[in-house]
Design a protein around this ligand. Structure first.
Ligand code: HEC
Length: 286
């Protein structure tokens, strides 16, 4: 028995070693492969970030900032809504329409003829929708968009619900959004004002950063773990974007991210009393 065991153990050793060597080699290769991949996704010379200070976010004074609106604002800033390509390059509605206005610096090599213009019917986004012609168009501002139907340039849509769905599914190859998401986005779009700030006191300007923690209240009360997971994911990635900006309050952001993780852990253990307590503490820390 003894020698057999020893022989077996010996016999096992080389493949394990080989495996470890392979793994190490793979790990060494992986980062550069990923970098090459990223370059392939976004051609060199492209710029999807706004170069100057973002434009003001003008909101109608009668905007009710309820959960639906807040969720819409969060989705507007999240790449998760659009297709895989957009996710890979971190593209959200807000990349092209920062704070509901227009990104005049936006440029993707091969899809833009000059900054602020983009071909939304290019196979870069998805093969089926290629119209065979290069037709970059101006990225429009969404200020006052609720008052300017019909929507779109190439295809016209009578209302914002239909157009928003078209943008997500057809232009950017995203998964068909549930009605609740479209409703929320439209609530946000409807709140974007077109009056110049202070001209007639009809609107307010908000900062780019806003807390979305209040959105967790309902799913915590309802013990809705799926919704809770979806929202904490969205909030965490929004915090990630906020952390990458200059002068970000990194400490406060880390504190919130840690709290969100604890909320998820407690909810997974079905300990909603503890999860609610952590949530309340996070809210009061702000
Ligand atoms: C890559 C840049 C880009 C992204 C990302 C983008 N848009 Fe647009 N958007 C455009 C361009 C270009 C147009 C004009 C072309 C068109 O009408 O199809 C437009 C038009 C619109 C319009 C119609 C404006 C009008 O007055 O007709 C709305 C509303 C809109 N976008 C909302 C959104 C929403 C909501 C998202 C996210 C789900 C989004 N956009 C993502 C570039 C973008």
């Amino acid at each position: 028995m003894g020698p057999l065991k020893a022989r077996r153990a010996k016999g096992v050793r080389p493949p394990v070693l080989l495996y470890i060597c392979l793994l190490t080699a793979l790990m060494a290769v992986a980062p550069s492969a990923a970098a090459d991949d990223d370059r392939n996704w976004l051609p060199t010379g492209s710029s999807t970030e706004i170069q100057s200070d973002p434009p003001s976010e003008l909101l109608r004074l009668d905007t009710i900032r309820d959960d639906k609106w807040l969720y819409g604002r969060l989705l507007f800033r999240s790449p998760s809504l659009l297709g895989e390509k957009a996710v890979r390059i971190g593209l959200s509605c807000n990349s092209c329409h920062p704070n509901g206005h227009a990104n005049t610096d936006f440029f993707i090599t091969g899809l833009s003829d000059r900054p602020g213009r983009i071909d939304v019917t290019h196979r870069f986004w998805q093969a089926e929708f290629e119209d065979g012609i290069s037709n970059p168009i101006d990225i429009p501002s969404l200020r006052g968009v609720r008052d300017t139907p019909p929507y779109g340039t190439i295809n016209l849509f009578a209302d914002l619900h239909a157009f928003t769905r078209h943008v997500i599914v057809t232009e950017f190859a995203g998964p068909p959004p549930p009605f609740e998401k479209v409703e929320a986005l439209v609530a946000y779009l409807n709140s974007i004002d077109n009056n110049e700030l202070g001209k007639d006191q009809s609107n307010v300007q908000t900062g780019t950063d806003m807390s979305y923690l209040s959105l967790l209240h309902a799913p915590l009360e309802n013990k809705d773990e799926a919704k809770l997971d979806e929202l904490t994911d969205l909030i965490r990635s929004e915090l990630g974007r906020q952390a990458s900006r200059p002068h970000a309050m990194i400490g406060a952001i880390q504190h919130t991210v840690k709290g969100l993780r604890k909320i998820n852990e407690k909810a997974a253990e079905q300990d909603y009393t503890a999860a609610i307590k952590i949530h309340q503490k996070l809210m009061s820390d702000q």
